[in-house]
Ligand binder design. Structure first.
Ligand code: EPU
Length: 424
């Protein structure tokens, strides 16, 4: 077990490059299962979740290799359709093999991934949608067991909520179904668009890409392809918020401003200067930021994955502001850790109200998940003294070389083994 030792007080200044998005790359790897042969994915981030997904795909019969930021997935004519618990429990994204396996094998047994530190994370929409495509779905002994012996058929699905994962599973399942599928109230996240683009390159027929109505005409087969992962908007947003919190000046190369419009608008309200160019975006902050009200919503709303960072920003900003979390029921758990740094943040159900403090004070804190972990490190950068953020492995799941990149921007962050950690 490792932790980050963060010395506060230095602004983030300089250039940093973002790689492809975790929440796209993991799904693109699963999408590769839809076609026999070798699929090549570029700009895949060097994060532990990719390692876990590679292991799961190997278990399903694929050969997976990694060379720097390129991942190749070689898929045999026949893939296995059982995704075991010991692999699935490591990352929730592994549920996205459900659609490809069902489409490819007519069967899928995928262990239930369970909830995590941010909420219960149900699967009802995935399962009800697959039933609309003709699958029989049962949940037994901790597994989702889906069957479509005579193949899937097109159907109309209206999602109660634009779930990213449900949209992706239905989309992948529908590509090889017999007939046309319409997914209404579909998720529109850039990562969903990226998956659609790769599927189209593989030969899928999809209309309405980037809108909330996706129309998929099933085809007989798909072919393997080469695809470059969309840049990570959450990592880009993390650097942008970090620049504002530390009163720094950061240029995020490869960052897509058009995927972060509402976030950049909020940072501009906080007082930041934002420049966008083809090669990325620059965020600079000269004064103490102003606190900002934020409401998280599915894309194009403010992303829930940047909510912990914006709460951390409000904790050091001028004034009082409220953040409302609408996507997860338990994504304010990290606020107790932030309070250990002296933050004045009160939560009530879906709301977190922060009274900004001029400066936080360093303390030992624990990262409960990827994003809250990153937010606690950013908070540590603004605190007086040395903040110890334990649970570095959570941050490794989503941020490639986080400490190294922070240090390249002038921060003082040391990654070290955690002598205080013990397994009970
Ligand atoms: N939900 C249900 N039933 C369902 C599906 C979703 O109740 O059948 C609920 C979930 O419990 C959750 C909400 O709907 O409260 C949103 O879930 P969604 O399905 O949209 O999210 P996801 O596919 O499980 C992905 C990202 C998350 C990100 C969300 C929302 C991946 C691997 N994960 O999760 O990313 O927060 O979309 O944008 O793509 C992260 O990267 O740190 C992360 C948590």
């Amino acid at each position: 077990m490792e932790r980050f030792r963060v010395t506060g007080g230095t602004p983030l200044v300089g250039e940093v490059r973002v790689t492809g998005a975790k929440n796209s790359a993991l799904k693109l790897m699963a999408v590769a299962l839809l076609a026999e042969g070798r699929t090549t994915l570029r700009d895949v981030p060097a994060i532990t979740d990719v390692t876990y997904m590679a292991e799961l795909l190997r278990r399903l019969g694929a050969e997976v290799d990694r060379d720097d930021d390129i991942v190749t997935v070689d898929v045999p004519a026949k893939v296995r359709f059982a995704a075991p618990y010991h692999l699935v429990r490591r990352l929730r994204a592994s549920i996205c093999v459900l659609g490809p396996l069902l489409a490819r094998c007519g069967a899928a047994d995928v262990a239930l991934p369970g909830g995590d530190a941010i909420g219960s994370r149900g699967l009802g929409l995935h399962l009800a949608g697959l039933e609309k495509l003709g699958a029989t779905v049962t949940v037994e002994h901790g597994f989702v067991m889906a069957r479509a012996g005579r193949g899937l058929r097109g159907g109309n699905v209206w999602l109660d909520f634009p779930s990213v994962g449900a949209t992706e599973n239905l989309l992948t399942a529908a590509t090889l179904a017999d007939g046309t599928t319409v997914i209404d109230n579909a998720a529109r996240e850039p990562e969903v668009v990226d998956i659609c683009r790769m599927l189209v390159r593989m030969g899928a027929k999809i209309d309405g890409i980037g809108t909330s109505t996706l129309r998929i005409e099933g085809v007989d087969g798909l072919s393997s392809t080469l695809h470059t992962t969309v840049p990570d908007r959450i990592v880009t947003g993390t650097w942008a918020i970090g620049a504002v919190m530390t009163r720094g000046d950061v240029t995020v190369l490869n960052g897509r401003a058009d995927h972060l419009e509402i976030v950049l608008d909020k940072l501009a309200y906080a007082g930041a200067t934002i420049d966008t160019a083809d090669e990325g975006l620059r965020v600079a902050m000269w004064d103490r930021p102003r606190a900002v009200d934020v409401v998280t919503l599915p894309y194009p709303g403010f992303p829930t994955d940047l909510q912990p960072m914006i709460v951390a920003l409000n904790a050091v900003a001028e004034g009082t502001a409220m953040v409302t979390e609408n996507v997860y029921e338990a994504r304010f758990m990290f606020v107790n850790e932030l309070a250990r740094l002296g933050a004045d943040v009160r939560t009530d159900g879906h709301h977190a109200v922060a009274n900004g403090r001029p400066r936080l004070s360093a303390a030992p804190v624990a990262a409960p998940d990827i994003r809250a972990g990153a937010a606690l490190v950013l908070a540590g950068l603004t605190a007086e003294g040395e903040t110890l953020v334990s649970g570095a492995h959570h941050i490794d799941r989503g941020y490639p070389n986080f400490a190294g990149q922070l240090n390249s921007l002038g921060a003082h962050v040391v990654r070290e083994s955690d002598p205080d950690h013990f397994d009970a």
